[in-house]
Ligand binder design. Structure first.
Ligand code: HEM
Length: 133
């Protein structure tokens, strides 16, 4: 597969991740306001774990600039941390730890939006994409 095609798949994937992050916050809202259980949020969270890992692998396959690939790996790391904050908070019985789950969501949103924005360059000619991303 050509480098441009792989980069375009990576770009679309980054937009999918950014949309899933926004949906994740909405699903948290449904739970907080008593509309649903937390199950849909937990399921979409598992999807995000897998999706951000795949995104980081795609970044390597697409041979995007180091700053972009590094951000994809950082996003995966933030999602791992997001799950860990809940797990550690529950196992230690310290809810303060879980409060950082909401703060970390801001970082996840920021990096996913940045990656989606940078990805637009991969729909341009490859040389231009290298220069801009
Ligand atoms: C945007 C990125 C987010 C991701 C990837 C994410 C992911 C997850 C995952 C995977 C779980 C299940 C953890 C487990 O059961 O082990 C979870 C639980 C939860 N999340 Fe999120 N979350 C995000 C944002 C938020 C936000 C903004 C809120 C705001 C209220 C929130 C509130 C919760 C709550 C209340 C739980 C249940 C905690 C518990 O079981 O004690 N999450 N989240």
């Amino acid at each position: 597969m050509g480098k441009l095609i792989v980069r375009r798949i990576y770009a679309v994937w980054n937009w999918l991740i950014a949309a899933a992050v926004v949906a994740q916050v909405f699903l948290a809202g449904l739970y907080v306001f008593g509309v649903t259980s937390i199950e849909a949020h937990a399921i979409n969270g598992s999807f995000l774990l897998l999706a951000t890992l795949l995104g980081a692998v795609f970044a390597l396959a697409a041979r995007v600039p180091g700053r972009v690939a590094g951000s994809s790996w950082a996003l995966f790391g933030l999602v791992v941390l997001q799950v860990a904050l809940i797990e550690v908070g529950n196992s230690t019985g310290i809810p303060l730890i879980k409060a950082f789950h909401v703060v970390n969501a801001l970082a996840i949103f920021g990096v996913s939006a940045l990656l989606a924005s940078w990805s637009r360059a991969f729909f341009a000619a490859p040389k231009r994409a290298d220069a801009r991303a």
